[in-house]
Design a protein around this ligand. Structure first.
Ligand code: C5P
Ligand code: MG
Length: 186
């Protein structure tokens, strides 16, 4: 099973992706986590990513595509995976199709989770207080939402055309939302 999770920041993509991965025994691949790991190691990629992330903007497509081309070709990805936070732009989605063609793999479904803006900002600021993520302040959260609508939301149409899209309401109890996703996958 290979899945993509799309949704605005704070909608619960990561939470749901992890639960779905546990259910199927597949790998959870969060590009945000990968970038934060690069930052904590102070690598060249990490240094460049930190500037961008702290402004609430997106790391360039070619950087993400290079990272994911390597990551997806590794052995542990053979059992399947949930992509959380990637692709985030149309060029990234096109690049992913190219990577997957080379690996002779395909995506089974794209889960698009949504919630209203007020709820999202409330959750992000709360998460910032608890997780200490430097990009979960109210200003950066608003910028990230803006970037989401401009650069990532067009992916909904992109995957809908490929008949892969499953739309889910992200407001509700966590287990109920997981169940809705599983229902759509069976
Ligand atoms: O996915 P997550 O919300 O954890 O990502 C945190 C930040 O990492 C994003 O706001 C963005 O700045 C950066 N990012 C990115 N491109 C991705 C994934 C994350 O630029 N594909
Ligand atoms: Mg996340």
């Amino acid at each position: 099973m290979r899945l993509i999770f799309i949704g605005p920041p704070g909608v619960g993509k990561g939470t749901q992706a992890k639960r779905i991965c546990d259910h199927f025994g597949i790998l959870h691949l969060s590009t945000g986590d990968i970038l934060r790991e690069e930052i904590s190691q102070n690598s060249l990629v990490g240094q460049a990513a930190k500037q961008v992330i702290d402004k609430g903007e997106l790391v360039p497509d070619n950087v993400l595509l290079d990272i994911m081309a390597i990551r997806l070709s590794q052995n542990d990805c053979k059992k399947g995976y949930c992509l959380d936070g990637f692709p985030r732009t149309i060029p990234q989605a096109e690049g992913l199709e190219h990577i997957l063609r080379n690996l002779q793999q395909s995506i089974d479904a794209v889960i698009s989770i949504d919630a209203n803006e007020k709820e999202l900002i409330k959750r992000l600021v709360l998460r910032g207080n608890n997780s200490g993520r430097t990009d979960d302040t109210s200003d950066v959260a608003k910028q990230r939402l803006d970037v989401y609508w401009k650069q990532t939301a067009p992916l909904i149409e992109f995957y809908s055309r490929r008949n892969l899209l499953q739309s889910i309401n992200g407001v509700g109890e966590i287990p109920d939302i997981t169940q809705q996703i599983l229902n759509g996958l069976s």
